[in-house]
Ligand binder design. Sequence first.
Ligand SMILES: Nc1ncnc2c1ncn2[C@@H]1O[C@H](COP(=O)(O)OP(=O)(O)O)[C@@H](O)[C@H]1O
Ligand SMILES: [Mg+2]
Length: 288
Amino acid sequence: MTDENSAERGPEPGPALRAEKLHYRYSEGTAGLGSVDLQIGRGERWGIIGPNGSGKSTLLHHFAGVYAAKGHLWVLGLEATKRNLPTIRRQVGFLFQDPDDQLFLPTVGADVAFGPRNAGLGEAEVEARVAGALARLEVSHLRDRPTHRLSGGEKQGAAIATVLALDPEILVLDEPTNDLDAGARRRLERFLGGWSKTLVIATHDLELLLGTVDRIAVLDGGSCVVEGNSSELLRDFELLEKHGLEEPPTVRILREAGVTDPRRIPDPREPADGAAQLDTPAPPPMAD
Ligand SMILES: Nc1ncnc2c1ncn2[C@@H]1O[C@H](COP(=O)(O)OP(=O)(O)O)[C@@H](O)[C@H]1O
Ligand SMILES: [Mg+2]
């Protein structure tokens, strides 16, 4: 093992992710990130939203240890310097925006086994990881299928299984609902509902975030411009519009029906009897 790879450490103190003035410029000069300040605690569930080109994917690549940090980034307490990137990559599971970037072996089973085997696990443990990851994504039946023949939703399930098989501390997903039909989307939502460690999802699918995260960061122009509670922020029509975003469809439908008070719009994770209050529409405004 080289010196660089020998940085196998125990848990470091500190939040899951902490960025300070994190910035990035692509080689031909495009600014990927201007300056991001953001802290994500261990076990927290975050959505990263923002218009196209606002830097969501660039930020997620940093979280996943793909790029060394300019400015500062700490991942699970470890600074994201070039030397520490291999350690960070082992602890952060990263779903690329395009599942074809994740799947490169002839079958789904081979792809899911690749990471654990590469990490030096014994064959019995590799088998347990593969079977467990495929089952959690409800794609066990795809194990012997060629990856290039899968549908978009099947590919996405297989791609997340490859990440899960590494038992990451932080799960970072870039646009996970692209190309998903309704069934695949429900499977993804069920899986995310059962994920108890740190979760970061970048997406333009605000409806997904309504049921899966507690905190939201809004990126615009390569910087984090707003952060806050997801159920309030996803109902803030004016703020979302200001940053080139649209409300989740269910929020828009309720707003158009006259339910404008965000506290009266149900959170999909709350028990159904909370939603029953919606039967009483908001009273019309009083005339002078
Ligand atoms: N590989 C790349 N090479 C050069 N520029 C890039 C690359 N990836 C992204 N960019 C640019 O960086 C900025 C941020 O992009 P990105 O992080 O992909 O935003 P988002 O995911 O929010 O759409 C955009 O201006 C984009 O054109
Ligand atoms: Mg992107």
